[in-house]
Design a protein around this ligand. Structure first.
Ligand code: M6R
Length: 614
């Protein structure tokens, strides 16, 4: 959460920073601000709300200068207002700081500074850090980089930060711990800093991902220098970005979310490209090949994640257990890490995360690692923290996902988990060769089938119109369609603000059935398969209480059509692959309903894409 951008070089900093902040707005949009150095003055402009508010406000002010920093905020400490917006000045206003993360011991530092006579302007932890840097500089007479290093030695918590000072105008100091930070190296002695590579890619492909407790000393026209918090100098590891600019644009769609929903035929295919060959009967995930035996022989396999990624893990659990007969436990990362879990060196923990930066998932992995477990990752963002701390892993290759509501990342995660389960099943011999080859062909056919599901857009628009006024909704599914129901409910909640709950269809009669009346839309996955008849009975139970049924059914289904209020057909596929298709109508329904309700689909209230706080 929070996006940070910095620039130092020969170009005008302000337009670069504003453009960068817009790219990072998915990380938080409570407020935005910039600090610009021009003609020996350090000007901070900041405004509550989106980057566009800041732009409108700063339009008449001095935005010249060739170095500066910018921030888009997801509020943690202090209300989302102008005062608490970043950047924060030091007391003398000669230093300014932007920060993503949380200074956990900020209150103790604040009290220490208050006792020295400082007074604060905001309620934020970041301002305290900025004052501390200046206090150290004043007392120790140290340069900016050293003052930041000494200040960070006192800090408990997470940070990605950039510091600018008018006393050392040709320099930016950046540091990270548990929050991401990338330095882009331009070819004219200029440098770009950002929370991820999206603001950088149009200027340079040469980047350095800072590691935890690293401090970058960035001087205009000089070589990038990196130090550990212990002051030991390190050699920067320069990487080449593979990101493409067009992936960051809406490409003619009204919203990123809609674009990302429609990208799924391609993103699923990209995910299995080079990994799956049905004709030759081969499936292989290079990244984890060496760990397959370990997975087969593991004492426990635990999947950890948050939100949508957690739902993908639940699908993964069905796939691993049914196809490869490998026992899997799925845990919320936040619960796992605080439960003193019993794990050891024969256990494998697989983290699933789109961003690869989710604080709870990262911390849970670190805990597992410290107890000797093997840790694997399934991430979308290349070079992200999780992908770098894991022993091995597989990327989902879904491309940048910018809409806060996860869509294509979910189907890509499920695709990777399916490939893993199939590969393990093949190794273990738990599937007959006919079944195995049949499933590979079915998986290869999924992108075309997703395309077909996307054609139901018009019908979905009609159904959305019928239920856009609902205050509550239930989502039901059985087997691997239960996580699809959970995911459907989460999508509706997060972008349309309609209260929705997902349940295993059979659980309905243990409580939620009491909620059903003629006002209640019930979305059900009722595709052909092992539990079909049971789900039909659950639908009957809802109808008997006058609930409205919107059912996802297999093409050609007649039985459910007769009793449901609306049906949305998906092409027939192997039952294990139904989640990849059944989830698409739910994404589209949520999207359409949210648009009809006038909600901000790409940036829903109170949310941020990358949750880097606990
Ligand atoms: O980046 P991650 O996959 O680790 O993020 C996990 C959740 O924060 C994320 O899936 C969240 O639930 C989405 N907003 C759901 O659409």
């Amino acid at each position: 959460m929070c996006g940070i951008v910095g620039y130092i070089g020969n170009k005008e900093a302000y337009p670069i920073i504003i453009k960068g902040l817009k790219r990072l707005e998915y990380r938080g949009y409570d407020s935005a601000g910039v600090a610009l150095l021009s003609n020996d003055s350090l000007n901070v402009y900041k405004k509550q709300g989106k980057v566009a508010n800041l732009e409108a406000y700063s339009g008449d002010l001095d935005t010249s200068g060739t170095s500066g920093i910018g921030h888009t905020r997801w509020a943690t400490h202090g209300a989302p207002n102008d005062t608490n917006a970043h950047p924060h000045y030091s007391e003398s206003e000669s230093i300014a700081v932007i920060h993503n993360g949380i200074i956990e011991n900020y209150d103790a530092i604040r009290k220490q500074l208050l006792s020295k006579g400082y007074t604060f302007r905001s309620d934020t932890d970041t301002e305290v850090l900025c004052y501390l840097i200046e206090d150290i500089q004043k007392n120790a007479g140290t340069k900016l980089g050293e003052s930041v290093r000494l200040a960070l030695q006192q800090v408990v918590g997470a940070y990605a930060l950039v510091v600018i000072s008018k006393k050392e105008p040709n320099k930016l100091i950046a540091a990270r711990k548990s929050s991401p930070l990338v330095v882009g190296i331009g070819d004219e002695g200029d440098f770009y800093l950002a929370s991820d590579a999206t603001p950088i890619v149009e200027y340079t492909r040469q980047v350095v991902y800072l590691d935890d407790e690293e401090i970058a000393v960035i001087k205009r026209g000089e070589e990038l220098k990196i130090y550990g918090i212990d002051d030991i100098q390190k050699t920067p590891y320069v990487q080449e970005l593979e990101l493409h600019l067009e992936a960051l644009e809406k490409g003619g769609y009204d919203h990123f979310m809609l674009k990302e929903i429609h990208e799924q035929p391609r993103s699923i295919e990209d995910c299995f490209r080079g990994r799956l060959n049905a004709e030759k009967g081969r499936v292989s995930l290079g990244g984890i090949r060496e760990y397959e035996q370990k997975l087969i022989n593991a004492n426990r396999v635990i999947m950890i994640a948050c939100g949508t990624s957690w739902h993908a893990c639940l699908v993964g659990e069905y796939l691993f257990e049914d196809l490869a007969r490998i026992n899997v436990e799925v845990e919320y990362a936040s619960e796992f890490r605080y439960r003193n879990p019993i794990i050891g060196e024969n256990d494998i923990v697989i983290a699933v995360s789109q961003s690869g930066e989710t604080a709870d998932t990262l911390a849970a992995l670190e805990l597992a690692k410290s107890r000797g477990a093997t840790i694997l990752g399934i991430c979308n963002v290349v070079g992200s923290s999780i992908s770098r701390i894991t022993d091995a892993g597989s990327y989902t290759h879904a491309g940048p996902e910018i809409g806060v509501a996860s869509t294509k990342a979910f189907t890509a995660q499920v695709t990777v988990l399916t490939l893993m389960a199939l590969s393990l099943a093949n190794q273990k011999g738990t599937l007959s060769s006919t079944k195995f080859r049949g499933m590979l062909s079915e998986l290869e056919a999924i992108p075309a089938k997703v395309k077909k599901v996307l054609e139901s857009n018009q019908q979905i628009e009609y159904i959305s119109g019928e239920y856009q006024g609902a205050s509550n909704a239930l989502y039901l599914g059985r087997g691997s369609s239960f996580p699809v129901a959970l995911e459907g409910a989460l999508k509706l909640k997060e972008i349309s603000y309609i209260h929705a709950e997902g349940y295993p269809a059979a659980e309905m009669k243990h409580g939620p059935i009491a909620l059903i009346d003629e006002e209640m839309p019930v979305f059900v996955v009722a595709t052909k398969g092992m539990s079909y008849e049971k789900v039909v009975s659950n639908i009957q139970e809802v109808k008997a209480r006058k609930g409205k049924i919107i059912a996802i059914v297999t093409e050609g289904d007649e039985q459910v059509r007769e009793i449901a209020d609306h049906v949305i057909e998906i092409p027939e596929t192997d039952e294990h692959l139904v989640p990849l298709l059944a989830t698409i109508p739910f994404q589209l329904l949520s999207y359409r309903i949210a648009v009809m309700r006038g909600c901000n689909v790409d940036q829903p209230r109170n949310l941020a894409k990358s949750v880097t706080v606990e």
